[in-house]
Design a protein around this ligand. Structure first.
Ligand code: HEM
Length: 558
């Protein structure tokens, strides 16, 4: 302090220690105030309506109870193009399907993490510019022919699921079917992505399962996270330095496991190597096969090839950016070992809960709509007169089951909101979108929009007949996203879900028991868990049902 006073005295400015302290204090306060409010004019300047933000944290407290209902309320109050501030970051919510058609299939292919959880370090590459290269390598891994190679791996997990359900059916006990599906999808994803036979269905204490579950216990409203949101420029560089035993333990476990498997693979003769995703990625280090991003599936939510949706790229004249979209450029091919480890982990994160929640909600809906379950069973019985077991090709014959799953994904979309970064200032449909903001796609809102879905709360699989689909705007149904950044695992998810359900309904009937009715996992009450990148929706309560072996004890009457 004395030195500041001396310094001022040089300029013949009379200053006492106290006045300097006071001035510095007021200046700091002024700067802090400016820092706390200066980002909050962006949305107003673009004419985007939004709730009033609070200094430092924006509108974060709107989301204390989860994201689903507040986003819907926001759109109802402020219109189909509205916004909010997630901390200091402006978010533009677009619930207009025509505008979405434009933004999702063109330049908006980047997505970064706005709320990084410092738990995770080694796979964050996937969300930056390297995404395009890695995705172009991975896309062939999800091709129809590669999917066929996954069928035996999924079959093994399906057999274990059937054995588990059989135990409950024999005992007649009510049970939590969501938990069974959680173990099933964990087995599938570990097997196809990590080449690891975890058998979590029989051993929930498996170290692989234990470490993976650490990911799913992330809390948004921890003090450290709020600090992160308010002062990202201080916290981001420090994130890696803050000791976090859980994170280090988890990272170490997965890095070691995957590196060990890679080493074993290198030592094996090629013909003995297992045909899983890991192997496909290892092959990609040398293979010439690569796909440019324009060949990615566009919005194709039903899983049945929907060519209509593949024509969603806007005509050239529609585009505000005349230059070639980045998605058309051929991608440079190369994948490093770190990227392989990271990608295997992204699969786990993105593929485990999404699929198990879909399975649980589908069974729950069929349990409370037995007339639909009977239809599924009739279709499944008919299917088994022609086929011994489900596979990648023949599951496409199950049209009604596909409609049921589609409707379950409409009512309970696991990824009910996702985002793109706005990399450059642009105008879409006359709306200015500012560089640096996030563009949010509120799939959950669109799935319940009464303009497109009469009686949106009702479970009506017939909404997904080919005729009904053809008459609806394709961008009001986005369970797997759309455009070049849509869900890369969609084919795998649909395959495993259908394989599990076809085997299940061949053998069992799922019946709503008292607990299901009273503890209905209703959407409004559903606890919306926030994961690192995707917001997922999952049942708040256990989905308790009873299983009956069809030919022995119980027949549904419909
Ligand atoms: C029912 C199951 C699933 C649902 C509903 C689902 C939904 C989604 C959604 C909504 C997105 C964001 C799409 C967008 O931004 O346009 C996404 C991205 C992603 N999903 Fe899925 N997903 C499921 C299963 C899976 C599975 C099984 C895997 C992996 C094997 C997977 C891997 C991914 C990956 C890697 C991304 C990021 C893609 C990218 O950024 O390029 N998903 N998923």
């Amino acid at each position: 302090m004395e030195s500041v006073v001396d310094f001022l005295n040089v300029f013949h400015i009379r200053a006492s220690g106290l006045s300097v302290t006071l001035s510095l204090f007021l200046i700091s306060l002024g700067l802090l105030y400016w820092y706390s409010i200066y980002p909050y004019s962006v949305l107003s300047r673009c004419g985007i309506k939004h709730p009033k933000p609070i200094p430092f944290l924006g509108n974060i407290f709107m989301f204390r109870q989860g994201f689903f209902s507040p986003i819907n309320e926001l759109i109802k109050t402020h219109g189909r193009v509205c916004g909010y501030y997630l901390g200091r970051r402006p978010v533009v919510v677009v619930a207009d399907p025509d505008m979405l058609r434009q933004v999702m299939v063109r330049d908006f292919s980047t997505r970064t993490c706005t709320l990084c959880d410092s738990n995770i370090s080694f796979y964050d590459f996937i969300w930056n510019e390297r995404w395009k290269r890695v995705r172009s390598i991975l896309t062939p891994s999800f091709s129809a022919s590669k999917m066929k190679e996954m069928v035996p791996l999924i079959n093994t997990a399906t057999d274990a699921l059937m054995n588990n359900l059989n135990v409950y059916a024999e005992s007649g006990e009510a049970f939590d079917i969501h938990k069974c599906f959680g173990c099933f999808t964990m087995d599938v994803i570990a097997s196809v992505a990590f080449a690891t036979q975890v058998d979590s269905q029989n051993n929930p204490d498996d170290p692989f399962v234990r470490h993976a579950q650490m990911f799913f216990s992330f809390s948004f409203f921890r003090p450290i996270m709020l600090f992160f949101i308010a002062f990202p420029f201080i916290m981001a560089p420090l994130a890696g330095l803050i000791p976090n035993k859980r994170r280090d333990q988890m990272n170490q476990f997965f890095i070691n496991s995957i590196q060990k498997i890679i080493q074993q693979r290198e030592e094996q003769p090629p013909e003995q190597r297992r045909r899983d995703f890991l192997q496909l990625m290892l092959d990609a280090r040398t293979s010439k096969e690569s796909v440019s991003l324009e060949h990615f599936d566009s919005a194709n939510p039903s899983g049945v090839t929907d060519h209509r949706n593949q024509q969603t790229r806007p005509p050239a004249s529609d585009q505000e950016h005349p230059q070639e979209p980045p998605t058309r450029r051929p991608q440079k091919k190369m994948i490093t070992e770190d990227e392989i480890v990271g990608q295997a982990f992204v699969f786990l994160l993105a593929g485990y809960e999404t699929s198990s929640n879909t399975l649980a909600f589908t069974c729950y809906l069929l349990a409370i709509h037995p007339e639909c379950q009977v239809k599924v069973q009739e279709e499944v019985d008919d299917f088994f007169t022609r086929h011994e077991s489900p596979d990648y090709t023949n599951v496409h014959e199950l049209k009604y089951l596909d409609m049921v799953i589609s409707e379950a994904l409409r009512l309970y979309p696991p990824g009910f909101r996702f985002a793109r970064d706005i990399d450059n200032d642009c105008v879409v449909n006359g709306q200015f979108l500012p560089k640096g903001a996030t563009l949010e796609i509120p799939a959950g809102f669109l799935h319940y929009d009464p303009e497109h879905w009469p009686e949106p709360e009702k479970f009506i699989p017939e909404r997904f007949t080919p005729e009904a689909k053809a008459s609806r705007h394709p961008f009001v149904y986005l369970p797997f996203g759309a455009g070049p950044r849509n869900c890369v695992g969609m084919r795998l998810a649909q395959l495993e879900i259908k394989m599990a359900l076809v085997c299940l309904f061949r053998r069992f009937s799922i019946v709503a028991c008292t607990e299901t009715k009273t503890r209905r996992p209703h959407l409004v009450a559903a606890q919306v868990k926030m994961e690192k990148y995707l917001m997922r929706i999952s049942p708040t309560v256990k989905v308790i049902v009873s299983a009956f072996r069809r030919n022995h004890h119980h027949t549904l009457t419909g």
